[in-house]
Design a protein around this ligand. Sequence first.
Ligand code: CA
Length: 246
Amino acid sequence: MIHERIEKLLLSTVSAVMIISSVTWPVSVRATETANNKITNFSLQASSEYNTNRIDKAKDGDKNTFWESNWADSNNSRPSEEKPIVVTATFTEPTKVGVMRIVPRQGNDSNKGDQNGRIKKAKYTMLNNNDEVIKEETKVYFTGEQVPTDENIDVEINATVKKVKIEILSAYSTTATMAELEFYKESDSWYSNVEATTAHNDHAIAKAFDNNPDTFWHSNWANGAKVNAEHPADVTITRKNTTPMH
Ligand SMILES: [Ca+2]
């Protein structure tokens, strides 16, 4: 993946010659926003829905519409450890998934309740075709009186799954909301840092990771004999865990 991407960028520059001698796997590069990286063969179910903000609003491709649990039902509104609000994604067949992305309800207008229902704590369970648990994890994103942001929550799955269950254990206010639930084959969220042992002028390695096809990393060729000393070029990618953590 990274070889293809970097080489594609370099081919357009003609003059560059480079060898990647070490890469920390697994990695992928800025692929989450591309349509062919997105997985769409799943349906969603929710344990609670409010009025017209039903679970299909979390899979309509529109960040400005959202699913909302039924806050008008006092027995089934505020998500808690005892009574989680559950969203389940069921794939049409076992599907290899890299990352799940929860897009929170958007906006920053507290008068409109934009932050209501954003996830503070959730348990994720990945299941195979026999409904057996492949892995599960619980994540705390916000605690106490913290107001959750509308920053995406990326959950690393990296497995072949039939179902993914999201148990929302805590959310802001008395409801649970989600603007979009997305799945990707791979994610750019797995690295926190990239470094290269060589770069020419301002063509730093970051230029290969900026999601802009018009900029590129370029190893140093303009320094006479030094060019050989700077090859092979090492590119190191440091992985990170899921986001966000506050
Ligand atoms: Ca939506």
